[in-house]
Design a protein around this ligand. Structure first.
Ligand code: SAM
Length: 305
């Protein structure tokens, strides 16, 4: 990170520009320079990597990554910050700055961002695409989960996020943090918390703790799921009513295409008691369950009238 990204430097620069950090954009800047080493080790930078950074901020993490990798595509929603960052990054030849909301909507990343990554990868055959960022808290979940549905897929994501979210991603079954997001992430990736971060490593200090998490998409895990979009949609529907029992959760999640007797058949074949709740099933069991509902639907659709 730029030696200049300290509390004093940041607060003076903001004052001189007549602006203040915006809470609505999750503007908490890293001021503990040691954290970058943890991010770098987790990211395992290679000379031709194509890095996506979401949240350029003042450009300090961007500037620090630039000499170690092939290219950095960095996205910032706040025009005022983008102007300051452009000054900081003027001497870096391998940076693409995009000023936009990285999300088109809560289920999709902005195509312009994906196109910029694809273009850089096409120019660097064999290069890996990695997300390395101090993510804005309020949009960290859609960024991480939507990046698993895009092409190209990142080779890894190494990001700072709210600790509560990191704990949801790595949660075991049967605990309050175990959710559709947990299963989505663990069914497709290897996820590991690398470090917990106290509020004091940021300016302004957030009210909560953060964590650096490393998420590595795993092709073998992904191959177990035949239809990723179906899996994602049905998984979210399954966990929508957490307090209902599994039979009722599954019947509601698949109500448009499966009858209750079909739901009972599936639960019976998999030996799952209807008095369980989805949160009591492990990741493998959920994959098996949703694969069975998908196959039953397909079989019904394939039947001639
Ligand atoms: N990278 C800087 C650092 O580490 O100090 C800043 C990180 S700060 C936690 C998050 C940044 O993301 C802010 O600069 C904020 O304006 C930007 N941001 C927030 N929402 C965004 C969105 N939807 N799209 C792009 N950037 C966003």
């Amino acid at each position: 990170m730029s030696d200049r990204q300290t509390f004093t430097y940041l607060s003076r620069t903001f004052e001189a520009a007549g602006i203040q950090p915006k809470t609505k954009y999750g503007q908490n800047f890293l001021i503990d320079l040691n954290i970058l080493d943890v991010l770098s080790r987790g990211a395992d930078f290679q000379r031709n990597d194509v890095i996506l950074e979401i949240g350029t901020g003042m450009g300090s993490l961007t500037k620090r990554m630039s000499p170690s990798v092939g290219h950095v595509v960095t996205v910032e929603i706040d025009r005022e910050l983008q102007v300051l960052a452009a000054r900081e990054l003027a001497s870096c030849p391998n940076i693409t700055m995009l000023t936009c909301d990285v999300l088109r909507n809560k289920n999709h990343l902005r195509q312009e961002v994906i196109d910029a990554i694809s273009e850089k990868l096409a120019a660097n055959p064999g290069a890996k695409f990695k997300l390395v960022a101090n993510l804005p808290y309020n949009v960290a979940t859609p960024i991480i989960s939507n990046l698993l549905t895009v092409t190209p897929l990142p080779e890894r994501m190494v990001v700072t996020i709210q600790r509560e979210l990191a704990e949801r991603i790595v949660a075991p079954p049967r605990c309050k943090d175990y959710s559709a997001l947990t299963i989505w992430m663990q069914s497709l990736c290897d996820c590991e918390i690398l470090r917990d971060l106290p509020p004091s490593v940021f300016w302004p200090r957030p009210k909560v703790f953060s964590s650096i998490i490393r998420i590595i998409p795993n092709a073998e895990k992904r191959a177990r799921i035949s239809d990723i979009e179906y899996f994602h949609t049905t998984l979210r529907a399954l966990f929508f009513h957490r307090r209902k029992f599994l039979r009722s959760q599954l019947a509601t999640a698949t109500q448009d295409y499966l009858s209750k007797p079909q739901v009972d058949t599936i639960l019976g074949e998999l030996g799952l008691s209807e008095s369980l709740r989805a949160e009591q099933l492990n990741v493998e069991q959920i994959i098996e369950l949703l694969e069975a509902t998908r196959l039953m639907t397909k079989k019904a659709n394939d039947q001639p009238d």
